[in-house]
Ligand binder design. Structure first.
Ligand SMILES: [Mg+2]
Length: 363
C-alpha cells in the first residue's frame, strides 16, 4: 500500500455577510485541500489559509509522501516536520503539513474499511459542540437570529460571540452585544466570548468583571495569545475560564502556554498544529497538566479525533467553516441537540463535491 503523489486544490468562497472579530475582518475564506491516494482509495484533508499553503504543499511536501507506506503516518508526518526546518514551521508550512496529515488519516481508515473514529477508538459516541459566530460586523437583529437558530432552533446549549471590536476601542458596544446575546439565549445556555486578543491586560480584567454580570463562562484571547504573562494575569483575576491556543503550530507552543499557566482550557486546531497526529499529542500534553481541550474551528476535521480524547470539552461549530464544509462535502454532520456523532461512513465520512466547488476554484 504505497502512497501516490498528493494532489492539491484551492477554493475561495465568499462569506454570507461581512465578518470581523476584534482584530481582523474578512469577506471570503480560502480552503486548501490535499488528496492522497493508495490503491483504489483516496483520503482528503484540508486547512484554512492562503493559497500559498497549497503551493508550499505541492512544491515542498508532496514528493516526500510519494512512495511511502500508507499505514505509517508517523513516518510521513516526521519526514514533513523535518523537511520544513529552514522554511520555518509556524504558519504556511504547518498548515500544509496539517492538511496532508488529515488526508493520511482519512486514507488509512478507508484502506482498513473503518470509520476514522473507529480507527482511533472513541471515548464517547457523541461529541459536544458550541455555536460560534456573533461577528462584530453583525447588527443586533442578525446576531439575535444566529444565536436563536443555535439555541432555540438546533438546541445547542452553548454559543460564542466575538467582542473586542475595533481593537478593543468599542468596549461599551461589546458589553451591549453580550447583554443582547444573553437576552436572546436565556439564562440556561452557556455564553462565551472571544476578544481575539484585542484588549490590554487591565482593560481585559475590567471587561471580564462586567462580563460576569451576564454569566459569561469563557473568555477567549482576552489579550494577545503571545502575551502568556497577560493571559495568566487575566486568568488569575477572573472567575471565568480564560482560553487560547488557536495559533499553536507545533507542540512546543502548547508546552509553553501550559507551562505559563495561561489557560483554563487549551484550544487546539488540527488544521494548523500538525494535523490529527499532533492534535492527539497536544491533547495528551494538556491532559498531563490537568487541562481540558476544545477543538478550534474546522469542525469536521476534528470530529473523529475529538471523540477519541478523554479530556475534550467541545468542538467549535464555527459559522463560517460549517457553511463552507457543507458546501465542500457531502456527509456533513448534524449538531442538533448540541452534539455530533462522528462514527459514520468510511474515513471521516465526507466526500468532496468536486463539480459543485469548481466555480470557487482558484488553484
Ligand atoms: Mg478565537
Amino acid at each position: 500500500m504505497k502512497l501516490r503523489l498528493p494532489v492539491v486544490s484551492v477554493y475561495t468562497v465568499p462569506t454570507d455577510a461581512p465578518e470581523a472579530d476584534g482584530t481582523l475582518s474578512w469577506n471570503s475564506t480560502t480552503v486548501v485541500i490535499a488528496e492522497v491516494s493508495s490503491g483504489d482509495e483516496t483520503g482528503t484533508g484540508w486547512t484554512y489559509g492562503p493559497a500559498a499553503v497549497g503551493d508550499f504543499l505541492r512544491d515542498h511536501l508532496a514528493a516526500l509522501i510519494e512512495g511511502r507506506g500508507a499505514l505509517d503516518i508517523p513516518a510521513a508526518h516526521d519526514a514533513m516536520c523535518r523537511a520544513v526546518r529552514n522554511a520555518g514551521r509556524p504558519g504556511v508550512a504547518a498548515c500544509a503539513i496539517s492538511a496532508l496529515d488529515i488526508a493520511l488519516w482519512d486514507l488509512k481508515a478507508r484502506l482498513l474499511e473503518l470509520p476514522l473514529a473507529r480507527l482511533l477508538g472513541v471515548c464517547r459516541e457523541r461529541v459536544p459542540v458550541y455555536g460560534s459566530g456573533g461577528f462584530t460586523t453583525y447588527h443586533d437583529k442578525h446576531l439575535a437570529a444566529q444565536l436563536n437558530g443555535w439555541v432555540h432552533g438546533q438546541h445547542i446549549p452553548r454559543v460564542k460571540i466575538k467582542i473586542g471590536e475595533d481593537r478593543g476601542h468599542a468596549a461599551s458596544r461589546d458589553l451591549d452585544r453580550v447583554r443582547t446575546a444573553r437576552e436572546v439565549i436565556g439564562s440556561e445556555a452557556e455564553l462565551y466570548v472571544d476578544a481575539g486578543g484585542a484588549y490590554t491586560r487591565k482593560q481585559a480584567v475590567r471587561v471580564g468583571h462586567a462580563l460576569a454580570e451576564h454569566d459569561v463562562g469563557w473568555f477567549e484571547e482576552p489579550v494577545p495569545s503571545d502575551d502568556l504573562t497577560g493571559l495568566r494575569l487575566v486568568r488569575d483575576s477572573l472567575p471565568c475560564d480564560v482560553t487560547a491556543g488557536e495559533y499553536g503550530y507545533d507542540l512546543p507552543y502548547f508546552a509553553r502556554m501550559i507551562a505559563a499557566g495561561a489557560v483554563d482550557c487549551l484550544q487546539i486546531d488540527a488544521t494548523r498544529c500538525g494535523g490529527l497526529t499532533d492534535f492527539l499529542r497536544a491533547a495528551a500534553l494538556a491532559q498531563a497538566h490537568g487541562l481540558e481541550v476544545s477543538a478550534h474551528c474546522a469542525p469536521h476535521a476534528h470530529a473523529a479525533a475529538a471523540a477519541a480524547i478523554p479530556n475534550l470539552r467541545h468542538i467549535e461549530w464555527f459559522h463560517d467553516h460549517v457553511r463552507l464544509e457543507d458546501l465542500l462535502f457531502t456527509g456533513a454532520l448534524d449538531p442538533t441537540g448540541g452534539t455530533i456523532t462522528p462514527v459514520h461512513g468510511l474515513g471521516h465520512g465526507l466526500t468532496l463535491r468536486t463539480e459543485e466547488m469548481e466555480r470557487y476554484r482558484v488553484a
